[in-house]
Design a protein around this ligand. Structure first.
Ligand SMILES: Cc1cc2nc3c(=O)[nH]c(=O)nc-3n(C[C@H](O)[C@H](O)[C@H](O)COP(=O)(O)OP(=O)(O)OC[C@H]3O[C@@H](n4cnc5c(N)ncnc54)[C@H](O)[C@@H]3O)c2cc1C
Length: 408
């Protein structure tokens, strides 16, 4: 059987790798590179993700994949420190002492926060799908903790959509991010970059006879008797890993209208660390980015010969005008950096960077088959209530198994 796969991100690549060899696989990727949200830049002699990435201790399928691809010895565990930027000051908030000294919350508020962290792991997420995160926090922890701690977090992640986000998303994030010691959160990274996974998957698919078309957006998908035509190319089976709304438009079919948001992320190579050694900084002060992610305060800068920082923002609709210049200017002035200390900068923009986990989101998750098309990706069950590399690997593996069982 000839299987056409829409999208060359993690989900599409994992599914293609599982099906190639047994079936004729042809993949269509709109960008001139593979990896989707996990694609990387090649800067001089190193690779760096276009969007900051790390993995978590529970990412079992990711670890299985890393082992299968012969990359296990590259997986390393590091401490991810955090901080808050508020009132023009960066507060490192990693060690118990730093947290105790943080002036924005009282001691009682901090105790309440810690107790929520412990409860989060045991909370039934399904029951929280219809409750707004804002309502949940206001009810359980009160307005000061909401406005000082959670509102900036939600704003940096969902912008204007923050009041629509469900408590299921928030509590799942708290649960997953509470794997920490006294010097920070335990986070995983692949020495040399996650691009190695994408690279190895691509080679494996091609070795098994699969065909990958890059820079080939799918613009039409239609049914022709028992076959399908993707951009006019005939296939027997279609797997779509692209956003359901995009699929609906190009195929002229109905799909659940899953709300997505875009990400605009600037990556910079800079001369010195201006983040006080902190990896992840949430911006309470409003600006053109909601978080600063200092990659080289997580992975040693010696590997790159310079410091690497991401300025992260999410958007709905269109990207604000001149966002890249606004980000650079703002970062230089807030973090006391001079333009001459920026070696290079690149802007990555993806209007489909992730679903917005609004209340009632769960009921929107599409079935694995609709209109005779197989569906898996960021929008799948496995990526609820937060999308991740792990979720897309699970979704890709699941859908490949399903196709294998049904198609001979
Ligand atoms: C800013 C950011 C930070 C993240 N950080 C982490 C992290 O730290 N840890 C973690 O586990 N996960 C993280 N993620 C999430 C993770 O990267 C994604 O969940 C995962 O890579 C999604 O893979 P996917 O294949 O499902 O979707 P995508 O990566 O979106 O792949 C879909 C592919 O389809 C292509 N496509 C779309 N339309 C068409 C078309 N019409 N024709 C052809 N091709 C098309 C796209 O170009 C893309 O390559 C992050 C994501 C972002 C955006």
């Amino acid at each position: 059987m000839k299987i056409g796969i829409l999208g060359g991100g993690m989900c599409g690549l994992v599914a293609a790798n599982a099906l190639a060899g047994e079936h004729d696989v042809v993949m269509f990727e709109k960008m001139p590179f593979l990896g989707g949200c996990l694609a990387s830049y090649h800067i001089d002699d190193y690779w760096i993700e276009r969007y900051y990435h790390h993995c978590f201790s529970g990412d079992e399928q990711l670890f299985t994949l890393i082992r299968e691809l012969g990359l296990w010895d590259k997986l390393e565990w590091r401490e991810g420190s955090t901080g808050y930027f508020s009132g023009g000051t960066l507060y490192p908030l990693t060690t118990p002492l730093q947290i105790l000294r943080w002036p924005e919350l009282s001691f009682i508020d901090k105790v309440k926060l810690v107790s929520l962290t412990f409860r989060a792991k045991k909370t039934d997420l399904l029951s929280l799908d219809d409750i707004p995160a804002e309502t949940y926090i206001l009810e359980h922890l009160g307005p000061r903790i909401y406005s000082s701690f959670f509102e900036p977090l939600l704003r940096s992640k969902f912008g204007k959509n923050r009041s629509k986000v469900s408590a299921a998303w928030l509590i799942s994030r708290i649960a997953i991010r509470s794997n920490r010691g006294v010097s920070g959160e335990h986070l995983g990274y692949l020495n040399g970059g996650f691009h190695q996974i994408i690279d190895k998957l691509e080679k494996s698919i091609i070795n098994k006879g699969g065909i990958i078309h890059q820079q080939t957006p799918v613009t039409s998908l239609s049914r022709n008797d028992a076959h399908w035509e993707i951009n006019g190319e005939r296939v027997d089976v279609v797997l779509s890993t692209i956003p359901p709304t995009e699929l609906a438009t190009l195929a002229g079919i109905t799909m659940p209208d899953i709300p997505y948001q875009g990400a605009a992320c600037m990556t910079m190579g800079i001369e010195r660390d201006v983040c006080k050694g902190v990896y992840w900084i949430n911006m309470k002060d409003e600006g053109p980015y909601g978080a600063v992610v200092a990659h080289t305060n997580f992975v040693p800068k010696e590997r790159y010969g310079e410091h690497i920082v991401y300025l992260a923002s999410y958007f709905s609709g269109s990207v604000p005008v001149r966002l890249d210049q606004k980000m650079r200017d703002d970062f230089c002035s807030r973090f006391s950096l001079q333009e001459k200390d920026i070696h290079w900068s690149r802007m990555a923009i993806d209007p489909w960077a992730g679903p917005i986990y609004t209340t009632g989101y769960r009921s929107l998750i599409p079935a694995y088959e609709k209109h005779g098309i197989y569906l898996a990706g960021m929008f799948s069950e496995e990526n609820y209530p937060e999308r991740s590399m792990e979720g897309s690997i699970r979704a890709g593996t699941h859908i490949a198994q399903r196709i294998r069982e049904k198609v001979h």
